[in-house]
Design a protein around this ligand. Sequence first.
Ligand code: ADQ
Length: 561
Amino acid sequence: GSADPDDGASCPLVVVSNRLPVERVRDQDGRWHWRASSGGLVTALEPVVERTGGVWIGWPGTASDSERGPGPGSGSGGGDEDGAGIPTEPFEVAGPSTGRPFTIAPVPLTAEEVERYYEGFSNGTLWPLYHDVIAQPEYHRIWWDAYKEVNHRFAQAAAEAARPGSRVWIQDYQLQLVPRMLRELRPDVSIGFFNHIPFPAPGIYAQLPWRQQILRGLLGADLVGFQRAGDARNFAQAVRQLLGWTVHRGVVEVPLDDEARTGWAARRDTTVDLAGQSDAGRSAALVAEEMPPTRSEREEAGREAGSGRRPSHFGAFPISVDFASWDALGNDPEVRARASQIRHELGSPRTVLLGVDRLDYTKGISHRLKAYGELLDEHRLDVGDTILVEMAIPTREGVSAYQDLREEVEVAVSRINGDHSTVGRSAVQYMHRNLPRREVAALYEAADVLLVTSLRDGMNLVAKEYIAASVDIDGVLILSEFTGAADELRQALIVNPHDVDAIKEAIVRATRMSPRERARRMRQLRRTVRTHDVEAWSAGFLAELDRASASRMGPWRRREA
Ligand code: ADQ
């Protein structure tokens, strides 16, 4: 029957994320194919999508009007393709786990949308704001307009893909309006949302000119998931303060009449009507649209709502890694041989310190370099027996803050090397490129100490990957307290990355730690990551989503009866 709690498990799962979990590769005969890309989210969700014959909706990663792209004669994907050879219609791929097919539904973006929605609003507004304004967020109305348009396109794609009663799981900050837009289009589906990055404290979040629309967008979901309990608390406070809605024990009561009154359909019409107006008239109207409701408006809303409320649940669901696969890499003879080779090529130092991150200003790479450089200056570390390997993965190279950061990091690296390297030995080995997973695993294996010094980080999967790959249980993890991971990985050396002396102390302590203490800490860390791996994360979220949407349907069923 429809009350069977297992119903959802067999129903196709629809995943919506900014990027598709596939990449386009050319085979030996020069033909293009889609191949599942690696990465935490894909590992976690692809098996569920595959098992349920589900759908993955996302942007293929190339602008639909771009001139780059695979070129003519490429099509092994779906039938319909745009000029750059990117499919525009859903197509099936064989899942890598069981070979069972699932559907890929591409959402095309123009180059201008990539600039405004992705590089602009997502990475120039939301990313810095949600990471505690480490960089200055920029607020541009044309970016916001593009964000709304693109979110609506994703919501429509999801509405088309979902079967009656499907579960739709929307991922991350690029798509925060989708839950609400999808709720309007398809009130029958269960909608989950997971925020991979932090949710900021209300005083910071309040800067956002569109703070209410984003909250309303998220609250279209039956379940909104965050990385840490602190993020969930910040969200609850923002909802109370900015919308004035009742929040208790992980549930927001969303007034149904608010949904009707402020629906996307109504807003969209407004936008269309405004298109012909002067800029001044348009921005005045937009300002009016963004005004918070007055107290009497809120009271009226409450009266009208009566019992017409829909629960939206929220909570913390800390993400994790595929423990078994990193553990297997740690035991893989080839990977181990590669790790010894790396140590040898580095000049067989006593201590290898390692940093692995996307080259992002949230990761505290400069703070880490400063601490290391000072330890060398003060002769507390010596290039004769210590080296820092800094792996920076290229990212968001179209955003200017990222270009500046690259300069800053590369200047700092050269300065340290200029001051301390000798003919045979460098102080810092710096690489700016993508590495295959096996090579990352070999680096984890080769390292004695992993440095995670993020100024703010939703979780930080690198820390968990390092632990899962550390089968010899003798590595030391230095971990910033501003990562989600620090809530769980208590046996790491936890540091405040803004306190350079604290990073220095932790490095010295790590290099001197006895093998016994290293093993004791690492054993417990491995237990934590093993018992809470990424499979547990996705299963836990989806089970909670089923409960949350059942609670929405409960009263409705009673009314029907
Ligand atoms: P990210 O900010 O990307 O993720 P993180 O969680 O550390 O940060 O994941 C990075 C991934 O990239 C890891 O899987 C790592 O192995 C890989 N990687 C790093 N350097 C690489 C290199 N040089 N070559 C190849 N691969 C490399 C966001 C949030 C995080 C949150 C995740 C998941 O910012 O806080 O943990 O989403 O929710």
